[in-house]
Design a protein around this ligand. Sequence first.
Ligand SMILES: [Fe+2]
Ligand SMILES: [Fe+2]
Length: 369
Amino acid sequence: MPVPSTTSNMESLEKSLCDFSGSTPLDQRFRSLFTIKGLAATSDEHMQRAISIISAAFSDDSALLKHELAYVLGQLEDSRALPTLKGVLEDLQQDAMVRHEAAEAMGAISDPTVLPVLEQYRNDGDVSVRETCELAISKITFDNSSEGQALKASKAQAKVAEEQSGLGGVESAFKPIDPAPAMTPAASKEAAKSQADSMSYDATQVPLFREALLNTNLSLFERYRAMFALRNVAHGGGEGAVQAVLALAQGLKDGSALFRHEICFVFGELCHPASIPSMIQVLNDANEHEMVRHEAAEALGGIVEEGEEEQEAKSGDFKLVMDTLKRWAEDMEAPRVVRESCVVALDELAYNNDPTQFHRVEAPTAVAA
Ligand SMILES: [Fe+2]
Ligand SMILES: [Fe+2]
């Protein structure tokens, strides 16, 4: 069978993503969006096309889909997406979750020309939008500071070293842009012995990062930096991962819904079994903010992705995850964004656990926070 050209691919993907009739299932449209994101990286022409298709899809009425569109635009890291994102942030008729994501995406692109508009919406009526603008301003300011530039250079060095050693090169190429750069281990040590030391995370750093995570006297930006540092510790696996996940779970009691939703997002990135009880608790809590419950549902959608042996060992957890997601997917009393998130998460679980599928849906790291 002839392989379709990328151009015709883009056309069919556009049809799927921009089908506002409701006849294309939401989970299929999500997959089209991720495929468009992948194709955007292949050429400048595709990048432009991707930005225009994704921008057009904002005519949809699903807040869940639209917040994902904004997220993907940010992850493309292309300033040509800024007019769309700015328009979404300025549109008070848009759901706050979508406007929040637009502001975060502007931070991801990190172009200082957007600072005035972010400053303006730092006084928005919605607290999550306000906090996101504050974070995005801090991120852009940091990225353009000497510390930010040095961090960027050391990350680039680490990436080259990874690629040369044959380890993690592909993985790091698809790493999402965090809304705040992870606090470096060097910040928690007197002095790093070497460049490599300054970027290596381990279990001994958990208490320091946890303290910063939970310290409400620090700015949201610094606390986010601690959150992503704990995420990096957890990426190392082992007992350090369990400790880092449990430290992160403590942050779910924070007063900021934005902060709590980001912790759920990090759990979605990690897919660590130790996060399952807290994610189920969040999803089941009808009094929790819908943005946080949405993120918990998506985290649960990515939780089972290991080999068969581990899946069997965790089949009890898996069933509980499935049952909880099904319950809220079918509960018509639940907020729409929670229901839809559960539908998408169930699709992801089914797809990732289907042995006939060669390609997994892009990992939950690709999903918007
Ligand atoms: Fe978000
Ligand atoms: Fe999200």
